[in-house]
Design a protein around this ligand. Structure first.
Ligand SMILES: CC(C)(COP(=O)(O)OP(=O)(O)OC[C@H]1O[C@@H](n2cnc3c(N)ncnc32)[C@H](O)[C@@H]1OP(=O)(O)O)[C@@H](O)C(=O)NCCC(=O)NCCS
Length: 181
C-alpha cells in the first residue's frame, strides 16, 4: 500500500528523478519539455518544491523512510482574499512501473481532501491535454467538468494539441473523494 505525505526538501533528488522520467515517458501529457527540463538541476527542483503557496504531496512505495517516491501531485493556491477560494491541481504523475495500481486516484483524493481541510477553497481547476485519456478518465471520476478548451495549446511532435480546462466545485462532496482503503 503506498504512503502519501507532504514532500520536503529532502525529497528533491527523488522528485527530480520522478519528474524527468515522467516527462521522458509521457511527454504528450506535460507542458514542460523533457530536454529543457534535463538542464534544470537540484537547486531548481528544490526551489520548485519550496515555492510559497504550493503544497506538494508524494506517493511512496511503502511506509519505511527510504521507500521510493512513485507519484506526486501539487496543490497551487492563489494569493489575495478575492482569489484564494480558487486553487489548482498541478503536476500529477505516477511512475510508469507503478501505474494502474490506484496511486493516481489516491493522490487526487488526498489533494482534494487537503484542499477541503483548509476550509477556504471553494473550487479546484486543472488543465489536461485533450488527448490524455487516462488522466481525463481519472479526473472525470472525481466529478471534474470541462469549462473551456484552449486550441493549439501544446506543440508536441510537430502537431498542436488542445488543452481542456476542468473545474471541481468543493461546495458538495463527490463519492470518489474518499481514499480507497
Ligand atoms: C494519469 C496517471 C497519473 C494515472 O495514474 P495511475 O496511478 O496509473 O491511475 P490509477 O491506477 O489510480 O487509475 C485511476 C483511473 O484513471 C484511469 N486510467 C488510468 N490509467 C489509464 C489507462 N492507461 N487507460 C485508461 N484509463 C486509465 C481509469 O479511469 C482508472 O480507474 P480504473 O482503474 O477504475 O479504471 C498516470 O497515467 C500518469 O502518470 N500519466 C502521465 C502523466 C499525466 O498524464 N499526468 C496528468 C497530467 S494532467
Amino acid at each position: 500500500m503506498p504512503t502519501i505525505r507532504q514532500l520536503t526538501p529532502s525529497d528533491t533528488a527523488a522528485y527530480r528523478e520522478l519528474r524527468l522520467a515522467s516527462l521522458r515517458d509521457f511527454q504528450f501529457a506535460h507542458g514542460p519539455d523533457h530536454e529543457e527540463a534535463l538542464a534544470k538541476g537540484l537547486d531548481w527542483h528544490a526551489r520548485r518544491l519550496a515555492k510559497q503557496d504550493y503544497h506538494w504531496f508524494g506517493a511512496f512505495d511503502g511506509a519505511q523512510s527510504d521507500a521510493p517516491l512513485v507519484g506526486a501531485i501539487c496543490l497551487r493556491m492563489q494569493e489575495g482574499r478575492r482569489l484564494r477560494h480558487a486553487a489548482s491541481l498541478n503536476s500529477l504523475m505516477v511512475a510508469r512501473s507503478h501505474q494502474r495500481a490506484g496511486i493516481g486516484r489516491l493522490l487526487v483524493a488526498h489533494l482534494i481532501g487537503f484542499a477541503r481541510s483548509l476550509g477556504t477553497v471553494r473550487q479546484l481547476t486543472l488543465e489536461v491535454n485533450e488527448s490524455n485519456l487516462p488522466a481525463r478518465r481519472l479526473y472525470d471520476s472525481f466529478g471534474f467538468r470541462q469549462f473551456g478548451l484552449e486550441p493549439d495549446a501544446i506543440h508536441h511532435e510537430g502537431r498542436y494539441c488542445a488543452k481542456q480546462h476542468l473545474v471541481l466545485s468543493l461546495v458538495s462532496q463527490h463519492p470518489n473523494e474518499q481514499p480507497i482503503s
